[in-house]
Design a protein around this ligand. Structure first.
Ligand SMILES: Nc1ncnc2c1ncn2[C@@H]1O[C@H](COP(=O)(O)OP(=O)(O)OP(=O)(O)O)[C@@H](O)[C@H]1O
Ligand SMILES: [Mg+2]
Length: 412
């Protein structure tokens, strides 16, 4: 039960107790003064019965205790009940003037159950009865008038004051409840957000890993496969030995890459910078496939952010793997160039080219190939750059990757 409800219950308990005491005092004094017992006890029993009806209704939580009233919309239920109670009380007062003692409880109830104006009117009427019926019992005096007036004003003011306190406390409780609800909602949203962020993080990490595997390990295996096939096809022991050496070198290098991917450490080819790394991978292509390679550098492209270096290196690895697998080129030129606020990497081969329009249909199935260009493009787009592919059957292929210099805080 809320603290406010407990407080209301206690106040009601005090009210019931007070009324009981006043009734006992009134009846006792009335009988003591020789008033007729029948009418007095009968009217008092009726009074208590009517009071009990209201008390029960209030305790059951119905609106009897709501004394705020709605101006212009008549009396609240409690108001009508109180008028009834005042009526029965008048009967008790007729039976014995001593029953004016009970007026204090009526004032408290009026202050509590009626809108202010109604409360004042009813209280004044009750006061008039108290003064008229009780006052002259012991002879008229200033005290006999002033006492009830002070009692009435005090009782009405007290119950109005208590009402304000109760209402404030109810509002505070509502506020606390809504704050707690809002906080719970915020926590729920926060948890949902964290979950979404976690899911997005997992997805982006998977994408990064799948690209890394494609651009490093898959290309490594594909080059080892080509070398092994060439070795199997040749009858010359010297050529076989040379190819075996190349297979070993390629396997060793890609083993290192595999370790880096697994450990998510800094990419090994980049320890000495992008230009060096490009030189190394093109030299290896040349060595293994016989395609002439050249690396050109234009402008200030050293000390690029690691994110840019890794993205461009991965693009170059994928592009050179395509040259090796598809182009049948005799030469390929890699150009790393500075262009205003961005960096560009072009990979141009003189191979057989392909119809760029067919690219979309071919891509999308990692198992069957067609992943490389899409992955490169997505990686570059994520960093705010892009990838252009120009090719025509029989006229070579030109890939141009570009990235803003501001990109590449992390590496992908
Ligand atoms: N330099 C190139 N010369 C000729 N054709 C190319 C060249 N680069 C790409 N292509 C064509 O574009 C297609 C798509 O290339 P992409 O790198 O996306 O996939 P893939 O090389 O077929 O497979 P994966 O890269 O997933 O191993 C290739 O299958 C090939 O037909
Ligand atoms: Mg490819």
């Amino acid at each position: 039960m809320s603290r406010t409800r407990v407080m209301i219950r206690r106040l009601a308990g005090v009210q019931h107790l007070l009324l009981a005491v006043l009734v006992v005092v009134g009846v006792g004094r009335g009988l003591g003064a020789g008033d007729a017992a029948g009418p007095l006890l009968g009217s008092t029993a009726l009074f208590l019965a009517w009071y009990a009806v209201g008390a029960r209704r209030a305790a059951s939580g119905r609106d009897l205790a709501d004394g705020r009233g709605r101006p212009g919309r008549g009396l609240p239920v409690g108001g009508w009940w109180l008028l009834g109670l005042v009526g029965v009380w008048l009967l008790t007062v007729v039976a014995s003037p001593e029953m004016v003692w009970v007026a204090f409880s009526l004032w408290l109830l009026a202050g509590h159950l009626l809108p202010l104006v109604h409360a004042v009117v009813v209280s004044v009427l009750v006061l008039a009865v108290v003064v008229g019926r009780g006052g002259h019992a012991e002879g008229w005096s200033t005290a006999a008038v002033l006492g009830p007036v002070i009692g009435g004003v005090f009782a009405v003011a007290l119950s109005r004051g208590l009402q304000v306190i109760v209402r404030d406390s109810q509002q505070r409780e509502q506020l606390v409840t809504s704050l707690v609800a809002a906080q719970a909602e915020a926590e729920e949203l926060h948890a949902e957000l964290a979950q979404t962020q976690h899911a997005a993080g997992v997805l982006s990490e998977r994408t990064r890993l799948s690209r890394d595997i494609h651009d490093t390990l898959a290309q490594g295996f594909s080059s080892i496969l080509l070398l092994a096939r060439a070795g199997a096809a040749t009858g010359e022991p010297a050529a076989r030995t040379r190819l075996l050496g190349q297979i070993e070198a390629s396997a060793a290098e890609h083993l290192q890459e595999a370790r880096r991917v697994v450990g998510a450490l800094a990419p090994t080819p980049l320890e000495s910078g992008l230009v060096d790394a490009l030189g190394r991978i093109s030299a290896r292509l040349e060595q293994e496939s016989g395609v002439r390679t050249e690396v050109r550098v234009e402008g200030e492209v050293t000390s690029l952010p690691p994110g840019i270096e890794v993205a461009l290196l991965r693009t170059a690895q994928s592009a050179l793997a395509n040259v090796r697998q598809h182009a049948r080129a005799t030469s390929v030129v890699l150009t790393l160039a500075e262009a205003e606020d961005s960096v560009r990497l072009d990979v141009v081969d003189d191979g057989r080219g392909f119809d760029v329009a067919t690219l979309g249909a071919a891509q999308g199935s990692p198992a069957g190939g067609g992943y490389g260009l899409r992955a490169s493009r997505e990686r570059l787009l994520e960093l705010g750059g892009g990838l252009d592919v120009e090719s025509e059957p029989g006229r070579g292929t030109a890939l141009s990757a570009h990235l803003p210099r501001s990109a590449g805080g992390g590496w992908r």
